[in-house]
Design a protein around this ligand. Structure first.
Ligand SMILES: Nc1ncnc2c1ncn2[C@@H]1O[C@H](COP(=O)(O)OP(=O)(O)OP(=O)(O)O)[C@@H](O)[C@H]1O
Length: 792
């Protein structure tokens, strides 16, 4: 079957004139509430979209409940029942059980994956050469096409010429005069002089860049790049240790937070093995330079010299939708019907850019901003591929799985499976199933047996469980034609790597592999080495010269001592609630136990709060996640289990309390708001010593905001709320806090200072004396005999 696509004019034929923008007239509603000064100062505008279709409501989430049977050295299954496991995925708070902690640490010593990034100096220049953009291609309308096979797009171009100006159904907010009136304290990058924007401005905004790179490596590097285990690590020469981003903090024992566990583990490993000194030796700036160098080496970072971004589009907001409608491309009528029912009419930019390449059979590494439809981007072509395969004989004993999608969290896996179900509505012969931790393995085994599926969505740990414990499962995986690694960079995180290696070894070499994420840090090359073919394409839909975050999401940071932070959090939330009756807020905290504490305090303050973190059962998490997806007027206090991929519609504010683990996590957390071209707000609340984190995100438009004033009554109220919170919650939070910041290379290095800060945190919870910590825990943290700690 000849597959014909009609891509967006801009993408495939950048030399052609940019079409104008049709009648997109986003309505504006400007609200001003004089009684709420703080957020109006922080976000000195209030924009609303009225043009958003209700059909984009959030996705359904399926439920799964139960615990799975234990097996020797299995990972923990129940959130309160930590188990020990030999690989770095194992985790649990280091806090709760001394004996268990001892085992856990002991096992960590035996397993020593190091999150190192190979970077060979001598390859840097060569790789830069290889990735050099043909200037003729680059200087076209802001589209950077580093590699292109012209023939691939010939028919697209033809079709594009015929394309008429479509309706731009989705709204892009205009900057309002309100912004100007109250914008004194904040830089408003997107504002036009007069606060208005004409259609021409929209046109220039719309010129988004889609960068495609062929990432063919030279033969030397290619050798390392070949598929197969071990090859990814075979690079010699100077290595860069990325462990400085790792953390050792109280966290979660479920699949959903494995990326966090990885960080903890790595931090702990380094800490125990004394490797910290290596990492600490490098200054932050050096580290950033090293990261850049590695990016060049990998061809993942754009070379500043070679970047061409039209001035007109720099810093402008862009639509996540392309002008290509699904019914203009050659996909099966059954898929098209499913898409229509899902309410999708036009392709998003990432869908438009990746679909033809994937259907060509290429491996793809794709980067697109948060909330821009990456899930459909990998699911739709996968479904198309499956639909063209000969039907599986019903009598086959172990029917093959054709598409395997790996997601880093349970929530994300459930969500992806749910999206797949929507798209498969009219494909009765194609089944999809999800396998995730926190549910009963036996039940999943039964389901897999009873309802064979061609598409399987899984979290890495549970998939590995099935590989090891489910009869015939390995045989089924031998049928995999497409392997998708969603949130690829997270899957590469240390806690997942072994599982991913095991999974990759279990699927055929002759397959197509797709890696998608909103962030593609240089670490991703590790997984490229083991997962992707050498000639894979890197498709970057983030317009050059723009940030990885959405311009309609206003970002501010505030710096305040810990003893102010609970009150500040309360005031900021109250202000936001007063400002927006339809408020929907995510509060991100550093660890599960700190999340619990913050939720407890906010609950005491009579705010409408839910909490979600890995210490909650999967059924609870699913229920709360579902509720938050559908609700308005709700605050969800969460750990990083909600940081990635979760598609909660209409989140109005993301408030991050404390330093995120790294730049990527900041971006993904923030990406829970401003989805599908909507507006959003982000506040990062840091303690003074955490300000250094800002150097990791200095390329993002985060503005410093003044602190709201705290009146004595508020302080008293918050103090009372804190005193009502259970002591146990405070103790756990204190230990977790200590663990988290102990892993920070700057703070954790000076144990005396760390303890002082921890005790400041303790006082901020209203405690006169810091909670006592078990001796063994202290010694495992390297904090024995540090003055200021209480031992029990
Ligand atoms: N073509 C489309 N038109 C309109 N809406 C779409 C389209 N494709 C996907 N969506 C919707 O956009 C929303 C965001 O999609 P999705 O969750 O896949 O984003 P994402 O890019 O994976 O985000 P993240 O990086 O946070 O994981 C979802 O609600 C999805 O249903």
């Amino acid at each position: 079957m000849v597959i014909k696509f009609i891509p967006h004019l801009r993408v495939l034929s950048p030399s052609l004139p940019v079409t104008g923008f049709p009648s997109m007239k986003p309505a504006r509603t400007i609200c001003f509430n004089g009684s709420i000064p703080v957020l109006n100062r922080v976000f000195p505008f209030k924009l609303k979209f009225l043009g958003l279709s209700p059909r984009f409501n959030g996705k359904l989430i399926t439920r799964s409940l139960s615990t799975r049977p234990s097996r020797p050295r299995s990972r923990a299954s129940s959130e309160f029942t930590p188990k020990i496991r030999g690989d770095v995925r194992a985790s649990k708070s280091l806090i709760e059980d001394e004996a268990e902690l001892s085992d856990w640490v002991g096992e960590l010593r035996t397993d020593s994956f190091r999150g190192r990034l190979t970077s060979e100096d001598e390859e840097l220049d060569a790789d830069r050469q290889r990735n050099r953009v043909r200037s003729s291609d680059r200087k076209r309308n802001g589209v950077s096409v580093k590699w292109r096979r012209e023939s691939e797009f010939d028919n697209f171009r033809e079709s594009s010429k015929r394309e008429t100006r479509g309706n731009f159904g989705d709204s892009i907010s205009r900057k309002s005069r309100f912004s100007k009136r109250f914008g004194g304290e904040l830089e408003d990058k997107d504002s036009d002089d007069d606060g208005e924007e004409d259609d021409e401005s929209y046109s220039s905004r719309k010129s988004r860049g889609v960068k495609r790179e062929n990432t063919k490596m030279d033969s030397r590097r290619g050798k390392r790049n070949e598929r197969g285990l071990g090859s990814g690590n075979a690079g010699s020469g100077r290595r860069m240790d990325l462990g400085r981003k790792s953390n050792f903090h109280e966290e979660e024992d479920t699949d959903a937070s494995e990326e966090e566990k990885g960080r903890e583990m790595k931090g702990l490993e380094n800490f125990l093995s004394g490797e910290d000194s290596d990492i600490n030796a490098a200054a932050e700036d050096d580290y950033i330079i090293l990261r850049k160098k590695a990016s060049y080496a990998l061809g993942l970072e754009k070379d500043a010299d070679q970047t061409v971004t039209p001035r007109s589009s720099q810093g402008k907001s862009e639509s996540y939708l392309s002008e290509t409608r699904f019914d203009q491309i050659s996909i099966s009528p059954l898929s098209l019907k499913g898409i229509k029912d899902a309410g999708y009419e036009k392709m998003t930019v990432v869908q438009e850019a990746t679909l033809p390449v994937i259907l060509k059979g290429k491996d793809v590494l794709a980067k697109a901003k948060t909330g821009t439809g990456k899930t459909v981007a990998f699911l739709l072509p996968s479904i198309e591929i499956v639909s063209k395969l000969p039907p599986v004989d019903r009598d086959v004993k172990r029917p093959p799985i054709h598409v395997l999608v790996i997601c880093p969290t349970r929530e994300l896996a459930i969500q992806a499976a749910s999206e797949a179900k929507k798209l498969l509505k009219y494909h009765p012969s194609i089944g999809v199933q999800v396998v995730i931790g926190g549910t009963r393995l036996a039940l999943e085994q039964k389901n897999l047996q009873a309802n064979p599926c061609q598409i399987l969505v899984a979290t890495p740990g549970r998939l590995r469980d099935h590989l090891e414990n489910t009869a015939g499962f390995a045989t089924k995986l031998m049928g995999v034609k497409v392997l998708v690694l969603d949130e690829a960079d997270r899957l590469l995180a240390m806690g997942f790597r072994k599982d991913i290696e095991r999974i990759i070894a279990a699927v055929p070499k002759q397959r197509q592999t797709l890696l998608f994420s909103a962030t593609v840090p240089e670490e991703v090359h590790q997984i490229c080495h083991i997962a992707l073919r050498r000639d894979h394409e890197f498709i970057n839909t983030v317009q050059e010269g723009t940030e990885d975050t959405h311009s309609l999401v206003r970002q501010v940071h505030m710096v305040a001592p810990l003893d102010m932070q609970f009150s500040l959090l309360y005031v900021l939330l109250k202000e936001h609630i007063a400002d927006d009756v339809d408020y929907k807020v995510l509060v991100f905290c550093t660890t599960a136990m700190v999340t619990k504490l913050v939720a407890d305090v906010l609950r005491e303050l009579n705010l409408n709060v839910r909490e979600i973190h890995s210490r909650k059962s999967q059924s609870y998490r699913t229920r709360v996640s579902d509720e938050f997806r559908k609700s308005k007027g709700l605050i969800l206090v969460t750990s990083d289990v909600s940081a990635r991929g979760v598609d909660y519609p209409d989140v109005t504010l993301v408030l991050q309390v404390g330093m995120p683990s790294d730049r990527e996590q900041y971006i993904h957390r923030l990406g829970r708001t401003g989805r599908k071209g909507k507006e959003g707000q982000g506040i990062l609340l840091l303690a003074p010593w955490e300000e250094k984190f800002l150097s990791c995100v200095k390329d993002l438009p985060i503005t410093k905001a003044p602190l709201p004033s705290l009146d004595p009554e508020t302080k008293k109220k918050v103090g009372r709320a804190l005193s009502n919170v259970e002591m146990k919650s405070k103790e756990s939070a204190y230990q977790a806090w200590l663990g988290y910041y102990n892993s920070d290379k700057n703070i954790g290095r000076d144990k005396y200072r760390l303890v002082e800060l921890a005790n400041e945190f303790s006082r901020s919870m209203g405690l006169d004396n810091p909670p006592a910590i078990p001796k063994l825990v202290l010694s495992k943290m390297g904090l024995r005999n540090i003055p200021g700690l209480r031992v029990r």
